[in-house]
Ligand binder design. Structure first.
Ligand SMILES: [Fe+2]
Length: 578
């Protein structure tokens, strides 16, 4: 049985293909269209999935959509009707899009892909839940999903057992932890549904001075973790904004202008909403533990991308094992929808899934032809030799772009489309920001560590292959790896095993032999404002535009100093701000 899962029309559109119960391919649309968080129908991602699996669209048994558009429209329409005067502008903007396209998903799928059979629809949180549980290694586990909003649900919990999922309870719009966090993201001058992780990074610098105020005025937190927002302070119910005057009066300052100075006040606000979020997540998780009596939990939904909250949950010991889906946001809903449909229809037993190797990849011959046709000089040596060379260059302080294997699925680069640097250099963060990322100085960089050496540096006793959980750097190691130790001594680690990513593993191992530190700084291969690179051409563009010194394209190495300026200038990208 061949099933295509689709998520789109909100943010982070994606497609995933499951054939005979195996996740064969998955990708986000943004990587093809080069529009960050592209919400549009994922035609490119869907076609990629079909090609990768070697399947024609006519061979698909089902296409499964990750939410129920009519129920979602009901929620949106009901919201507008509750406040028709305030919301008429939003309604005028949204109505044509819903009536023209979003409500007719089956027709869009037929038109865009040529798929003529029935389309199945899952609820949004069931898609999240299925992505988390069926992607996890567990036979049985509790499931907790928390996001902004799906149809009506904003959080849910339940249990997964073998090939079945049962959701027991939901929290409903407008009461939403994801929307609360996004409201603060908006207030702090960052982009909603995109830059929530910046708030998380900023939080580590501040003191949670407003925590008590938030809980007293903005959100009532119940013992079971369910919450009720005081809607007087929010505007998302009826406007294109998240917060307004009352919110600003409460916190005592107007909303921060995007790109303006970040002050102590903003750090404290970020720390406060982060602290409140962590408390709510912990309460929810404790309630789920009590109700399900299970000691493993799977997390999904946008809030499960909050690595600091995930880290707190892991450290609490509330659960023996915590699995956060690598694509916990809406992109992961495509995977969940396809896997859920497979198990439901086939009745097959749950099987382990592999999240590596399912993205776009390029043959060496294809890359070689491209480099030759563009007159780009490159070194062609066995991969072992190349990785030893690059490990030395990293140890010498150079920035290295890595483009090899199949692209990662989810927001994090995991050594297939990464920029890699020396974690020992205190100045490396500034160097990367100046050279490539142009990003805010408060944002941390993360380490990739050999799995077998993880315990030597971090308080992590298991594996963390997806960079989605924060751990603490051992006190005596903080001065050894300052570039990947955040201000609060946390680190969003990636444990690397040979099995998951042999080239990246070998690179880190070689770096470890040279330096005694089996860790590299690993950041995503993109310039600020761009999605992660997808093709060799995009890798070369980012390499030429930013200050990356060496680029590994499969087994070929490009050195910046070997490339003539006029050739480099052909690949320059405009700098964007996100
Ligand atoms: Fe969601």
């Amino acid at each position: 049985m061949k099933i295509l899962g689709i998520s789109c029309f909100y943010h982070d559109a994606a497609a995933a293909l499951v054939a005979d119960g195996v996740l064969k391919a998955a990708a986000s649309e943004e990587r093809f269209t080069r529009i960050k968080h592209d919400p549009e129908f994922p035609k490119n991602a869907a076609n990629f999935c079909l090609n990768k699996a070697g399947i024609e669209v006519g061979e698909l048994d089902y296409v499964v959509f990750y939410d129920k558009p009519f129920t979602k429209f009901d929620r949106i329409f009901t919201g507008y009707m509750a406040q028709p005067i305030k919301s008429y502008k939003s309604f005028l903007l949204a109505a044509p899009i819903w009536l023209g396209r979003k409500l007719w998903t089956s027709q869009v799928i037929e038109k865009e892909l040529g798929f003529k059979k029935d389309v199945l629809y899952l609820t949004h949180h069931l898609s999240h839940a299925a992505g988390a549980f069926f992607g996890s290694p567990f036979e049985e586990a509790a499931i907790l999903t928390i996001d902004g909003v799906g149809e009506w649900a904003t959080a849910s919990y339940g249990v997964g057992k073998n090939n079945e999922i049962k959701l027991f309870k939901e929290m409903h719009y407008p009461h939403s932890l994801g929307l609360l966090y996004s409201a603060f993201t908006y207030y702090l001058g960052f982009q909603v549904n995109s830059a929530e992780y910046k708030v998380m990074g900023l939080a580590s610098y501040g003191k949670p001075e407003f925590q008590e105020l938030i809980v007293r005025k903005l959100v009532r937190v119940c013992d079971d973790g369910s919450i009720f927002l005081n809607l007087d302070y929010f505007t998302f119910q009826y406007a294109q904004t998240m917060t307004g005057k009352r919110f600003e009066q409460l916190l005592g300052r107007p909303r921060r202008e995007s790109e303006s100075q970040i002050e102590r006040f903003h750090e404290n606000v970020a720390a406060s909403i982060q602290a409140v979020t962590e408390k709510i997540v912990m309460k929810m998780a404790a309630h789920v533990r009590e109700k399900t009596q299970l000691n493993r939990i799977c997390l999904s939904g946008g809030v499960a991308l909050n690595a600091t909250a995930n880290g707190k949950l892991v450290k609490s010991g509330l659960y023996e094992d915590v699995y956060a889906q690598p694509a916990a946001g809406d992109a992961g809903g495509a995977v969940g929808a396809a896997l859920y449909a497979h198990y439901k229809i086939s009745g097959d037993n749950k099987r382990p899934q592999q999240f590596f190797g399912i993205g776009p990849s390029f043959e060496e011959s294809e890359i070689r032809d491209f480099l030759i046709s563009e007159s780009l000089p490159f070194a062609d040596k066995p991969i072992d030799v190349q990785l030893r060379f690059l490990a030395q260059k990293i140890a010498d302080g150079h920035l290295v772009g890595i483009f090899q294997g199949a692209m990662e699925f989810g927001p994090r680069a995991l050594g297939f489309r990464s920029i890699v640097a020396d974690p020992r250099d205190n100045k490396m963060k500034e160097k990367i920001n100046a050279a490539v990322k142009y990003r805010e100085p408060f944002r941390p960089f993360a380490p990739a560590v050999l799995k077998k050496k993880t315990k030597d540096f971090f308080d992590c006793n298991s594996e963390a292959p997806y960079m989605i959980v924060n751990y603490t750097v051992h006190q005596d190691k903080r001065s050894i790896i300052p570039a990947v130790t955040h201000i609060d001594n946390s680190s969003r680690i990636q444990t690397v095993s040979k099995n998951d990513n042999s080239v990246f593993y070998q690179l880190i191992e070689e770096f470890g032999k040279l330096t005694g530190v089996p860790i590299v700084l690993n950041t995503s291969f993109n310039l600020r404002g761009y999605p992660i690179v997808n093709t060799p051409r995009e890798a070369v563009e980012t390499f030429c535009t930013g200050g990356i010194d060496f680029l590994l394209l499969e087994r070929f190495i490009l050195s910046k100093t070997d490339i003539a300026k006029d050739i480099q200038s052909k690949f320059l990208l405009n700098k964007k701000v996100d």
